[in-house]
Design a protein around this ligand. Structure first.
Ligand code: PGD
Length: 757
C-alpha cells in the first residue's frame, strides 16, 4: 500500500505522520534517541467523538443573552452556523469594554509558533479591542518565577542554561535532586523537541560514578538509569531538610565561608536564624528530622557527603507549586551557596533542571520568530492562579510582589489553548467563579470541561490539521509542520476565527496585515533565515526549508550562562540582583513586610496538614501518559487508565488499613470535593502519601450538584485554591490532604469524552 509520510511536531516530540490508506500512525523523529510515547495519543484522537464538530452556543445564553448564570456546565448546547455565531460574538465584544475582558487564556496549546493559540488570542484582543486584562507568570513556575529574579537573576537566565546535561555527564559528583527529575517532565518542551537526551545523560553520568540522590516521596521521580539513592521526606518538608543540611555544614565547619563572603549577600542576616540565636530554634538535623520524618543521622550523613564535592543541587517545579513555595527555591540556592560550587562545571544550583526538555540545553544561536502581539492598552493583571479570586471578588484588594492591586470587574472571559478545568485548583469553586461573568467564550478542538462550561464554543483545528513551524530556543532543529489531515467537521484555525471576528469589528487588516496563514509562516521563517545569513550560516529559503521538512540550527557555547560569567570575573560581572550577588537575604523582599515570605528563606509550618478526616498527603503531579489534559482521549492516555479511571498510587500499608486491594475503585475526598480513581499498590511511595496525576478530564456524576463527584479522577476537585504567598501568589496545586476509601457503589459511567447533549 502507498505510504504518505508527513513531518510534524508537538510539545512532546517531533515525528513523522504516516498514512497507509486511511490508517494513521506516527513515528518519532529519526534523531530521537529516546522517543516520548505521548505522540501515540494522536492517531485515535484525530477523529475521536470528543472532537467539537461545529460552533455551539449554550441554550440559556442564546435565548436570554449574556449575564451571570449558574447554568454553565449544566445546560445543553444549540448548534449555530459560523456566520451567526461570529456575528453574535462580535456584537458581544462590542458591548464590553477591554478592561472588562479577561484574555489571559493560560495554557499550553500546540507547538507550532504561528497557530500558537495564546499568541493568536492576545494579538486579536490587542489589535481589535485595544487590550484585555492579562495574567502574569505560569502554573508551572508561579513562585519561582517571582522569587528567582530577586535572588539570582531573570528566570530564563538562571534556569535553562546554568548547568547543561553535558556538564552533568562530565563533571558532577553528586546530583541532589529535590523533587527528582522525572523523565515524564523533561520529555516535553514548549515548541517541540527532536532529541530526548535526559535518560542517556543520567545513565552516562551514573556510569562515570556520579551519585544521584532523589529527594521525593516518589521513587520514580528519577529514572532507573540514574541508579539513584532514594530519600523520601514528608511532602512539603524540603525547606526544613535543606536547613538541616546547611546547619550541619555550618556546625561542623564544612560550609564554604569564602564563597559565601565573596559571592553572596545576606549570610550574616540568615545565620542567626539558621543557628536559632534569633528565634530560639536551631535548624539542626535533629529539628529537621521532626519535620521531614527522616532520621537526624541520615540528614547529617548526607551533609557530610555533600561537603567538598562537585555537587549539583536541583529543585523541581513541583516543590514551589505548594504552600510557601518560594522557600524551597530560595533555600536550594542557599544550600548550593553553602557548598560553594555555584559557577563550576556540573556544580552549584540548577533550578528546575529536568522539569522540561528546554532546561540544561544549549541555546540556539539564532532566534525563531513568534507572532507579534500588538500593544495591550489595559494595565490591570492578575497572577495567573488567582482567577477564581478575581471573578468572585471584583474590586477586592490583593498583594503581589510588593504591589497593592485590585481585582478588576470582568464581564467576558475568552479562552483559547488552555483548560482551566484541568489546570486550576478547587474546580467546584472555579465553577462558581465562572458563573459570575456575562459570557464565557472557548476555542478548543475537543469537549474539555472548560468547553462544556462555556456559552460560546468554537471548534478549533488541532495541530495535525494545519501547517506551522515547530521551534524551541534550545532544540537545534526547526520543523516544517506539514498538514496531516483535513479539519474535523466545521473546525477552523484560531487564526481564521479571529480574522473573521476582527473583520466584523472593523480591524481585519490590523489583525491579519493582509497575510494568509502560509504567508505568515514565510514571514516568521524569514526572521530566522536572515539571522542565519547575517551570521554566515547556510540560510535556505522558505521553499527549501518547507520541502526538506526541517532545518538544523547552530547553537551557542556552554559557558555557564549568567553564573559562569559571575564566577569568572566577580568584580566585572555582577549578577543582576540589587547587590550584584546571590541574595541569601533580600532587602527588597524584606521591605515588602510579608510574614509569609520574609527577607531570607525560612521554614513556615504548613497549614494544609493531615487531619482525622483527611489523614493522607496527596501529591497531584504531572501525568506520564499525556501532557497535562491534552488528548486525554488519545490511545496512550486512555490505555493507561484502569476501569476507565485515573490510577491512584498508594502504599500497601495505607491500602491494607483501609481494606483496599490492587485494582479497587476508590473514592478520594476532603472538604472541597471528591473523585474516584483505581488503586495501584506500590512500595515506591512513602507510606502516608498517595499520588494521583492531573489531567483526567473532570467528569461530574451529577452536574446539578454544588460539589459533584468526579467519576474520572481529576485531583483538582481536591486541591486548594490559595496562593503560595503574598510575594508570588503562585499555584499550590501539587499538595493537599485527603482520605481514601474503597468505593463499593455501582460504578458510574465515564462520560467525559461524550459530547454534551
Ligand atoms: P492543557 O491540558 O495543556 O493544560 O494547564 P493547561 O491549561 O496548559 O490545555 C491546553 C488546551 O489547549 C487543551 O484543551 C487543548 O485541546 C487545547 N489546544 C491545543 N492546541 C490548541 C489550538 O491550537 N487551539 C485551541 N483553541 N486550543 C488548543 C497546564 C497547567 O496545569 C500547568 S502548565 C501546570 S505546570 C500545572 N500543574 C499542576 C499540578 O502539578 N498539579 C495540579 N493539581 N494542577 C496543576 N495545574 C497546572
Amino acid at each position: 500500500m502507498d505510504e504518505i509520510r508527513i513531518p510534524h511536531s508537538s510539545h512532546w516530540g517531533s515525528f513523522t505522520a504516516v498514512w497507509r490508506g486511511d490508517a494513521l500512525t506516527v513515528e518519532p523523529h529519526p534523531a530521537d534517541p529516546d522517543p516520548n510515547l505521548l505522540i501515540q495519543n494522536f492517531p485515535a484522537a484525530l477523529r475521536h467523538r470528543a472532537r467539537i464538530a461545529r460552533p455551539m452556543v449554550r441554550r440559556g445564553w442564546l435565548e436570554h443573552g449574556p449575564g451571570p448564570s449558574d447554568r454553565r456546565g449544566r445546560e445543553d448546547f444549540v448548534a449555530v452556523g459560523w456566520d451567526e455565531v461570529l456575528d453574535r460574538l462580535a456584537g458581544e465584544l462590542r458591548r464590553v469594554r477591554p478592561e472588562q475582558v479577561f484574555g489571559g487564556s493560560y495554557g499550553w496549546s500546540s507547538a507550532g509558533r504561528f497557530h500558537h493559540a495564546q499568541s493568536q488570542i492576545h494579538r486579536f484582543l490587542n489589535t481589535s479591542l485595544g487590550g484585555y486584562v492579562r495574567s502574569v507568570n505560569s502554573y508551572s513556575a508561579g513562585a519561582s518565577g517571582v522569587v528567582l529574579p530577586h535572588i539570582l537573576g531573570p528566570f530564563e537566565a538562571v534556569t535553562r542554561q546554568v548547568v547543561t546535561w553535558e556538564q552533568v555527564v562530565a563533571h558532577s559528583e553528586i546530583v541532589i535532586a529535590f523533587g527528582g527529575m522525572a523523565l515524564k517532565n523533561s520529555m516535553v518542551a514548549g515548541g517541540g523537541v527532536t532529541r530526548h537526551t535526559e535518560r542517556g545523560a543520567m545513565k552516562a553520568a551514573a556510569e562515570r560514578g556520579c551519585q544521584f540522590i532523589n529527594v521525593s516521596p516518589l521513587r520514580d521521580d528519577l529514572p532507573g538509569e540514574a541508579h539513584a539513592e532514594w530519600v523520601a521526606p514528608v511532602p512539603g518538608s524540603d525547606t526544613a531538610l535543606m536547613l538541616g543540611l546547611v546547619h550541619t555544614l555550618v556546625r561542623d565547619g564544612l560550609h564554604d565561608a569564602g564563597f559565601l563572603a565573596r559571592y553572596c549577600a545576606g549570610w550574616e542576616e540568615f545565620l542567626p536564624y539558621l543557628l536559632g540565636t534569633s528565634d530560639g530554634v536551631a535548624k539542626s538535623a535533629e529539628w529537621a528530622s521532626g519535620i521531614t520524618g527522616l532520621p537526624a543521622a541520615q540528614i547529617e550523613g548526607l551533609a557530610h557527603r555533600l561537603a567538598g564535592r562537585r555537587v549539583l543541587v536541583t529543585v523541581a517545579h513541583a516543590l514551589q507549586r505548594a504552600e510557601w513555595g518560594e522557600q524551597p527555591v530560595w533555600m536550594g540556592a542557599v544550600l548550593a551557596a553553602a557548598l560553594g560550587q555555584i559557577g563550576l562545571p556540573g556544580g552549584g544550583y540548577s533550578y528546575a533542571l529536568g522539569a522540561l526538555a528546554h532546561y540544561g540545553k544549549l541555546a540556539n544561536a539564532v532566534p525563531a520568530a513568534g507572532l507579534p502581539q500588538g500593544v495591550n492598552g489595559v494595565k490591570a493583571f492578575i497572577p495567573v492562579a488567582r482567577i477564581s479570586d478575581m471573578l468572585l471578588n471584583p474590586g477586592a484588594p490583593f498583594e503581589y510582589n510588593g504591589q497593592h492591586l485590585t481585582y478588576p470587574e470582568i464581564r467576558l472571559v475568552y479562552w483559547a489553548g488552555g483548560n482551566p478545568f484541568h489546570h486550576h485548583q478547587d474546580i467546584n469553586r472555579l465553577r462558581r467563579a465562572f458563573g459570575r461573568v456575562d459570557t464565557l467564550v472557548v476555542h478548543d478542538s475537543a469537549w474539555t470541561a472548560t468547553a462544556r462550561h462555556a456559552d460560546i464554543v468554537l471548534p478549533a483545528t488541532m495541530t495535525l490539521e494545519r501547517e506551522d513551524i515547530g521551534a524551541a530556543g534550545t532544540d537545534p532543529v526547526m520543523i516544517a509542520m506539514h498538514k496531516v489531515a483535513e479539519p474535523f467537521g466545521e473546525a477552523r484555525d484560531d487564526y481564521a476565527i479571529f480574522s473573521a471576528l476582527a473583520e466584523r469589528l472593523g480591524c481585519g487588516a490590523k489583525f491579519t496585515e493582509g497575510r494568509t496563514a502560509r504567508e505568515w509562516l514565510v514571514q516568521l521563517y524569514e526572521h530566522t533565515r536572515r539571522s542565519l545569513a547575517h551570521r554566515g550560516y547556510p540560510a535556505p529559503d522558505f521553499e527549501t526549508f518547507w520541502a526538506n521538512g526541517e532545518i538544523v540550527l547552530p547553537q551557542g557555547p556552554d559557558d555557564g550562562g549568567i553564573v559562569g560569567a559571575f564566577r569568572a570575573d566577580p568584580e566585572g560581572h555582577p549578577l543582576p540582583t540589587p547587590s550584584g550577588r546571590i541574595e541569601i537575604a533580600s532587602k527588597v523582599i524584606a521591605g515588602f513586610g510579608y510574614e509569609d515570605c520574609p527577607g531570607h528563606p525560612v521554614w513556615i509550618a504548613p497549614v494544609d496538614v493531615p487531619t482525622g478526616r483527611a489523614p493522607l498527603h496527596l501529591i497531584a503531579n504531572q501525568p506520564a501518559t499525556r501532557l497535562h489534559s491534552q488528548l486525554d482521549f488519545g490511545g496512550h492516555s486512555d490505555g493507561s487508565k484502569r476501569r476507565g479511571r485515573e490510577v491512584l498510587t498508594m502504599h500497601p500499608e495505607d491500602a491494607a488499613a483501609r481494606g483496599i486491594g490492587e485494582g479497587d475503585v476508590v473514592r478520594l475526598s476532603n472538604a472541597r470535593g471528591a473523585c474516584l480513581a483505581t488503586a495501584r499498590l506500590s512500595v515506591d511511595i512513602r507510606a502516608g502519601v498517595v499520588q494521583l496525576p492531573t489531567g483526567a478530564w473532570y467528569d461530574p456524576d451529577d452536574a446539578e450538584a454544588e460539589a459533584p463527584l468526579c467519576v474520572h479522577g481529576n485531583p483538582n476537585v481536591l486541591t486548594r485554591d490559595v496562593g503560595t504567598s503574598r510575594l508570588a501568589q503562585g499555584c499550590t496545586g501539587q499538595h493537599t490532604v485527603v482520605e481514601v476509601a474503597r468505593y463499593d457503589g455501582n460504578l458510574p459511567p465515564i462520560r467525559a469524552f461524550d459530547p454534551p447533549g
